[in-house]
Design a protein around this ligand. Structure first.
Ligand code: KG4
Ligand code: ZN
Length: 339
């Protein structure tokens, strides 16, 4: 398998990694979170500038940490879509420039493909077919991974992504940005049964509910109504731990139910989880327990490879390179692109 230098700059992390044989030799993640926190979310133009300022140093650090040099690198990869266009351009341009200078093959990687392959880093024996529960800030999907580059979407959210719901509820509870980790932390101290909240369901025209699709906007509104009700009743301070725990538990149960139903219906015995929300302790607990009950294998990436990183991009690129897949140097970035 190939040794790859990978760059990921689709949002607010300037990430560079060197990956070999599903093994991470180095992974540098220069987070911009403190810069964006003052604005309450990611400011695209600020993100692009930060990537420009940080990228060269991150590449140098990745080589230093891995103890490798250019002679060992067999390919250069970067995220090409989806994401913030200006931010993506920084990483993609850097990768293409290095590919020309070093005369190495270049591979553009879909960001979500990276999240799928993050599970290979914690379970190097994993091979398709498997089901991926992809839960990030921008996406919530159930993807059937038939083979490298062959994906079928079996379920998705009809409105907010799971991570987006965490971020919005955190904003409502004034917990700051990013919201997922803040809610996760508070939920550990709270009672998940304190406030029954509705699990969003997607109705089918023929009656009943879609078994794999999810909806989180109603849940977010239910939390808003709950907060307003408690405030009207003069409850002070707000029981944020219990609200966070109840919300998190509802999301975790909803995702678990859909992933398990999909795996069982399709006769798929392995579920790999990917994306920032894969770091969530409630989801990890519920899905692990349900998978054991049904005799399914469930794989979570290690916490540092759930949220955005370049190691997952390198891992996906290595799989493609092994199959002789490369990208032309004319490849551009796309803010949206189906996997
Ligand atoms: O995969 P990711 O880093 O970026 C995207 O591709 O979107 O995911 C970021 C999302 C954010 O919405 C963040 O709040 C959420 O993942 N997140 C979490 C946790 N850690 C990150 N959500 C719930 N629990 C966590 N521990
Ligand atoms: Zn991501």
């Amino acid at each position: 398998m190939a040794t790859v230098l990978a760059i990921e700059t689709s949002c607010d992390e300037t990430a560079v990694a060197i990956v070999k044989n599903r093994k991470v030799l180095s992974s540098i993640i220069a987070s911009q979170i403190p810069v964006h926190r003052q604005y309450g979310g990611v400011v695209p133009e600020v993100a692009s500038r930060q990537h420009v300022e940080t990228i060269n140093q991150a590449i140098a650090q990745a080589f230093e940490e891995a103890g490798t040099d250019w002679a060992e690198i067999e390919g250069i990869a970067a995220t090409c879509a989806p994401g913030l266009v200006g931010a993506l351009l920084v990483g993609l341009s850097a990768a293409k420039t290095l590919a020309i200078l070093q005369n190495k093959p270049f591979v553009g990687v879909h960001h979500l493909e990276g999240h799928i392959y993050a599970s290979y880093l914690s379970a190097p024996d994993l091979e398709p077919p498997f089901l991926c529960l992809l839960v990030s800030g921008g996406h919530t999907s159930l993807i059937y991974v038939k083979d490298c580059g062959m994906y079928e979407k079996l379920g998705e959210t009809r409105d907010d992504a799971a991570g987006e719901a965490f971020d919005k509820v955190a904003r409502l509870l004034q917990l700051g940005y990013p919201g997922g980790p803040a809610i996760d932390k508070l939920a550990r101290e709270g009672n998940p049964n304190a406030f029954p909240l509705p699990e969003g369901k997607v109705s089918l025209p023929s009656g009943g509910y879609h078994p794999y699709d999810s909806s989180f906007s109603g849940l977010k509104t239910a939390v808003l109504r709950l907060v307003q009700k408690l405030e009207q009743e003069g409850v002070q301070p707000l029981p944020v731990n219990d609200i966070a725990a109840s919300f998190q538990d509802t999301v975790a149960r909803s995702l678990t139910r859909r992933a398990i139903a999909c795996a069982l219906d399709r006769n798929i015995n392995t579920i790999a989880v990917g994306g920032g929300v894969a770091a969530n302790s409630g989801l990890r607990k519920h899905l692990q327990a349900a998978a054991e009950t049904h005799n399914l294998r469930v794989i979570f990436p290690s916490l540092k490879f759930c949220t955005d990183n370049a190691a997952m991009i390198g891992c996906a690129a290595a799989e493609h390179l092994d199959r002789g897949h490369t990208s032309p140097l004319t490849l551009g970035v796309r803010s949206r692109l189906a996997i």
